[in-house]
Design a protein around this ligand. Structure first.
Ligand code: PMP
Length: 438
């Protein structure tokens, strides 16, 4: 069955399919961090639905919440009408938000996907400011619809000004660390303030506190605070895209808490639906200037997703899973950094909490092309990363690749992984790396 399913899907499905291409498995059962394939093989899942499954697969509290709605006879589809399930979800979500925002916030249910919420955020800030220009960053990923794609670097007709995102390792200026972050901030100020730059007054700046698809690039806290100042001083709304970083993943409940900034708009999806599709924006009430009916959509009231999401949000909060993600992630990061000392093909290890990236590089490339804080570094090696991914799969470990060159192995395990599973992940990855280097 396993081979037949893979073969038929490969023939029938679009050539654009993504994950199924590099991960030829047929999941039939899953629990926690473990997926079982139709061929009986078991895998540790470090992809977690691209960071969606905060509690892993089929967590009992999530299943229970879904069953409860079904057994109650509540309608499953109600557009965006008020329901007890929605009320409970909203109350739980507001309880987790930064106080300063929650005390004066509005929520808009946007549709099933993160990209829907990004589009809603863009519409909101444009309606509120009367401006149309948007600011987005190098390495950003916000989704696959026109506006979100434009902000991600895709070519569409939506106008976006691209700003440099500081990265410890491969800063756009070739300088890492605080100096790179300072240069990136100064370039941003120049673009906004010097008429010669040609950048019109923008409606908003959108950023990810840790870029995920862009290759796991954590924004320095100081730089985040500077972006907040820059936008505040110029009356530009700041949109934090926490689609991937939210719900405890980076070690705080929301990743903006690391720097202490309060954005004007937060874009939320993935984990907030507890494995089912749900996306919202939460924003300062003063921005709520769009007209009634200005934003609509059929699938904005998914009752099962709200119930699963509320259960997930509460479980993460009550069980301190954000703190656990912080300590466990730091432990995994330290082990991976130790591994890098013995493997010249590991160009960089970086991350925050349980959002970790291992960038593979070609140490034999001459001359080294990238300058970092610590001198020059070899260029990224996407071919090696692809081999490492396959060697991981052979060892029962699912990882995804990311980054501009697709040379970053990304780890996004559920926040519920055990100490033993965390050890097994690093052991298998180390093993896969040794095999790939041979
Ligand atoms: N923003 C970020 C930061 C993301 O990581 C993603 C998805 N990887 C999106 C937006 C888009 O979400 P979706 O795929 O649900 O449209």
């Amino acid at each position: 069955a396993h081979e037949g399913i893979l073969r038929r899907q490969a023939l029938r499905e679009s050539a654009a399919r993504t994950y199924a291409r590099s991960l030829p498995i047929v999941p039939v059962r899953a629990r926690g961090m473990t997926i079982e394939g139709a061929d009986g093989r078991r895998y540790l899942d470090c992809l977690s639905g691209a960071g969606t499954l905060a509690l892993g697969h089929n967590h009992p509290v999530v299943l229970e919440a879904i069953r409860k709605v079904i057994d109650s006879g509540a309608p499953l589809h109600v557009l965006d009408l008020a329901t007890p399930v929605k009320d409970a979800f909203t109350t739980e979500l507001f309880a987790t938000l930064p106080r300063e925002l929650a005390d004066n916030a509005r929520i808009q249910f946007c549709g099933p996907a993160g990209t829907d919420a990004v589009e809603a955020a863009f519409k909101l800030v444009r309606a509120a400011s009367g401006r149309s220009e948007l600011l987005a960053f190098t390495g950003a990923y916000h989704g696959m619809t026109a506006g979100a794609l434009a902000a991600s670097g895709g070519a569409t007709d939506v106008r976006v000004t691209r700003l440099p995102f500081p990265q410890n390792y491969r800063c756009p200026f070739g300088v890492g660390g605080e100096r790179g972050a300072d240069l990136a901030a100064r370039w941003t100020e120049y673009l906004l303030d010097d008429p010669k730059s040609g950048v019109p007054a923008p409606a908003a700046m959108i950023l990810e506190p840790v870029q995920g698809e862009g290759g796991v690039n954590p924004a320095p806290d100081g730089w985040m605070r500077r972006m907040r100042e820059i936008t505040q001083e110029r009356s530009i709304a700041l949109i934090a895209d926490e689609v991937q970083t939210g719900v405890g993943r980076t070690g705080t409940y929301w990743a903006v808490e690391h720097s202490g900034i309060v954005p004007d708009v937060m874009v939320l999806s993935k984990a907030i639906g507890g494995s089912l599709p749900l996306a919202v924006i939460v924003y300062r009430a003063e921005l709520d200037l769009w007209q009634p009916g200005a934003h609509a959509g059929t699938f904005r009231g998914n009752q099962l997703a709200m119930a699963a999401g509320a259960a997930t949000l509460a479980y993460v909060r009550e069980n301190g899973l954000a703190e656990r993600a912080g300590t466990l992630g730091a432990r995994m990061l330290a082990r991976l950094q130790a591994l890098a000392a013995d493997h010249p093909s590991i160009g960089d290890v970086r991350g925050r909490g349980l959002m970790i990236g291992i960038e593979l590089a070609d140490p034999e490339a001459e001359p080294p092309t990238v300058t970092t804080e610590n001198g020059s570094a070899p260029p990224p090696d996407p071919a090696l990363a692809a081999v490492v991914q396959q060697e991981c799969l052979r060892r029962g470990l699912i990882v995804e690749l990311g980054g501009r060159h697709n040379a970053v192995v990304r780890l996004l395990p559920p926040l519920t992984l055990t100490d033993e599973q965390a050890t097994a992940v690093v052991d298998r990855l180390a093993d896969a790396l040794r095999a790939a280097e041979l």
